[in-house]
Design a protein around this ligand. Structure first.
Ligand SMILES: [Zn+2]
Length: 143
């Protein structure tokens, strides 16, 4: 979910394309692993991200507002697209209000995002505790 930031190693210019931390993209609150070790030259780079435990109250509020706004947007489109496919492409007549599928889309999207957020927060805290700055492309992507 979301996209992944792209930074380059300050030493050898290795590109961390596709994943040292899951980024929000739109309205990014910089939740993530603060450092990442370059797999090529082993230099530790600062990512500009911080773990949840170091978030200020304002940053926590911003993070939740951001998550809810994105959930509403993605959920709206998810509901609208599914609704469009069912009614226009498959020509099924449900005889219900369009807000019903959109509401369901929003609930599903928000639930997934909140669950993913909890998992990500825990994973980042654990890695910070262990000072584990390894660049794990597959792990950060498959959570
Ligand atoms: Zn490097």
């Amino acid at each position: 979910m979301g996209y992944y930031k792209n930074i380059k190693c300050g030493n050898c210019k290795y590109s961390f394309t596709g994943g040292y931390s899951p980024a929000n993209g739109f309205m990014d609150s910089n939740l993530g692993i603060p450092y990442v070790k370059c797999p090529k030259c082993r230099i530790i780079n600062a990512t500009g991200d911080i773990p949840w435990s170091q978030f200020s109250s304002w940053k926590k509020i911003y993070h939740w507002i951001s998550l809810i706004i994105r959930g509403l947007l993605y959920g709206f489109f998810l509901g609208a697209i599914i609704w469009g496919v069912l009614t226009k492409l498959l020509e099924i007549d449900f005889n219900i209000n369009i807000f019903f599928p959109i509401g369901i889309g929003i609930i599903i999207t928000l639930s997934i995002m909140i669950k993913y957020n909890t998992k990500t927060v825990k994973k980042i805290e654990k890695r910070c505790m262990n000072k584990d700055w390894d660049y794990l492309l597959s792990e950060t992507k498959n959570n």
